[in-house]
Ligand binder design. Sequence first.
Ligand code: ATP
Ligand code: MG
Length: 494
Amino acid sequence: MNETYLLSVQHLSKSFPGVKALDDVHLNVEAGKVHAVMGENGAGKSTLMKILIGMIEPDSGNIYFKGERVAFHSVHDAIKAGFSMIHQELLPFPDLTVAENILMGREPVVFPGWINRKKLNMASLHLISRLGVSIKVNRKMKTLSVAETQMVEIAKAISNNAEVIIMDEPTSAISQKEVDILFGIIKDLTARGIAVIYISHKMDEVLQIADTVTVMRDGKWIATQPASGLNKEALINMIVGRPLDNIFDKKSVPPGEVLLSVKALSGDYFSDISFEVHAGEILGIAGLMGAGRTEIMRAIFGLDKIRSGFIYIKGKPVRIKSPGQAMDLGIGFISEDRKETGLVLSSTVRNNITLGALSICSNNRFIDKKKEAKIADEQIRKFNIKTPGRNQVVNYLSGGNQQKVVLAKVLLRNPEVIIFDEPTRGIDIGAKAEIYKMMTALAAAGKAIIMISSELPEVLGMSDRILVVREGKISKELKAEEATQELIMEYAMV
Ligand SMILES: Nc1ncnc2c1ncn2[C@@H]1O[C@H](COP(=O)(O)OP(=O)(O)OP(=O)(O)O)[C@@H](O)[C@H]1O
Ligand SMILES: [Mg+2]
């Protein structure tokens, strides 16, 4: 056991039915450093972290922490030993206040059973303000934004005297400004000697924040290198196993007829929205997080109420009151939040894929089970979904592979107007290139594509035309040729 490492993982293996999620993996983490873990969707990153935090137990292998062998049988064990994990989508205690959540189980008491609220609030306020952010500690957890929830979880980790803090894709749902704040906090944490394990698919961020990068593929350790010696190309090579030239392989086609248009559309979070999108076109929607981009699309798709304004499909006015109606009119919506509107997590890959398209799978009035299975298998292959089979429960797929199921499901209905909301969030670089290729092909086949994205390179690389949304209004329309990152930001900033 090498004493220079705070944490050393050796020969770790873990199998699930049909999958070897971890295969003889090792990981050496130093105190006071940021260690990034990268790799394709399903590579085993989250599984490794879940073992470190005591959520699941390995089949074999050893974990050494401060020179001693440890084995956690519960999250509580791991936290007590000095580990913390910032989960991205999990909100375990929605009804607790910020203060209660931070000091859970360690609340200051007046006498047994009687919590000293004033002390509780003061202590948690102190912890929050040490991070340099301001969040009212009497707010309920469920009212916080993703970024605020992360800050609270970090404050909680610090108060638990965490020595290793794991962050699993922490920046996938927060704005650039919030990323900057988070990175400032990470610098503070490492300056205090805390080790941060940082999982991400974002090359630029990893190169900026990490000291060391470990790459995994198919459950195996591939390489560990100092970040200073790496660039994007080298990283892609390590992750995908081959170079990827030209990730955005966009070829524009002459635009056809207008498939969807909206006039003076207003809702709760946006007003006076007018635009059109043509067959063969990819219309990028840029803007800051919270600008109202998703809300506009939700309203068009019948998920939220429209206050006033008009929607036209191929020039004909339509009223859309539900997603079912929108889909019947040929609109597909690949939602940003796959858990909310995209997937039935407790159901199988096959059911999720075919659910919206039962007519394709049925013979007369009966569902043709064989046909359904065949279609599911085709989609699994086409979208390269990593699963032991069509009958796997979606909840057990890795994050990125769940996103691919959403794509497979929506596109199976063959919609003419396809709304992609943050289509590559949580998607690995290789699969990203695949999705871009698919979008280009869909546009070339005469579909109209609307793509909301917070990733400017993606907006610039894929769009034929760009709308910038600011505070619920379209602040600018840009042609692909004239658009630059700076110009988009100028119109996106408030
Ligand atoms: N509880 C489980 N039951 C069955 N299979 C599982 C379970 N948890 C993970 N897996 C499988 O183990 C493999 C590794 O998954 P993991 O979530 O660790 O990947 P990941 O590297 O985090 O991917 P992503 O970038 O998509 O989040 C995947 O094939 C996944 O489907
Ligand atoms: Mg994961």
